[in-house]
Design a binder for this molecule. Structure first.
Ligand code: MD5
Ligand code: FE
Length: 202
């Protein structure tokens, strides 16, 4: 059963649970060609989350700022093509939330080890108001969800292996983050949490 988190935002507990092994092998295929790396923030920090991605454009961060790039700055090659399995599952998840015809052009892979976190931020580098589909795999984490204003109270939502969240409409620009991932074990992922986010960037 879907849980409405806010207007336009839906949590589907366990929606892709049965397909977690297939999703993880698709991740393996992508990171073999575009290795996970720790990006640098414009302020000079190093992100604790390991990142890679696939599709026409992937989000990158370095001293020059945040943006979408068609090529992997680490290898100089175009990002790996998005595996059909990922594209199809993302479209299916968006449809369940009432967003028909969602075809992502970007699949970001975030890898969290024990203690890794993502501070509160908004996703506003996409030149498009399409929804974002987010899939959690492996170790459970606490998703921090503020409102559309920085000072709004922050809700804590546990996201587990196979959970899907679709963010659209008025929720698309909400402040959000991930609390430090606990030291824990998951049978498929060891001590790691993966998050896949599917977007339309242009
Ligand atoms: C994660 N990733 O678990 C999260 C899940 C990122 C990021 O935040 O930018 O890579 S995506 C959650 C999300 C996306 C867009 C809007 C909202 C949440 N929201 O309005 O709360 O690694
Ligand atoms: Fe985000």
């Amino acid at each position: 059963p879907a849980q409405a988190l806010a207007p336009g935002a839906w949590l589907f507990p366990g929606l892709v649970h049965a397909r977690a092994p297939a999703l993880l092998s698709a991740i393996g295929e992508v990171v073999r060609r575009a290795p996970l790396r720790h990006m640098t923030t414009p302020g000079g920090g190093r992100m604790s989350v390991g990142m890679s991605g696939c599709g026409a454009r992937v989000w990158v961060s370095d001293a020059a700022g945040y943006r979408y790039e068609t090529h992997d700055p680490r290898t100089g090659r175009p990002w790996p093509t998005m595996p059909a399995l990922l594209r199809d599952i993302a479209g299916e998840c968006a449809q369940k939330a009432g967003y028909d015809g969602f075809v992502p052009d970007s699949g970001l892979i975030n890898r969290y080890g024990p203690g890794d976190r993502m501070g509160l931020h908004q996703d506003r580098d996409e030149r498009c108001d399409a929804p974002i589909v987010s899939i959690s795999l492996g170790v459970s984490a606490v998703f921090l969800w503020g409102g559309v204003t920085r000072s709004d109270p922050v809700r804590r939502i546990v996201v587990r292996n196979g959970d899907v969240v679709v963010w659209g409409g008025p929720s698309r620009l909400a402040w959000h983050g991930i609390a430090p991932v606990p030291q824990a074990q998951h049978p498929l992922c060891g001590d790691v949490r993966y998050n896949l986010t599917f977007r339309r960037t242009a």
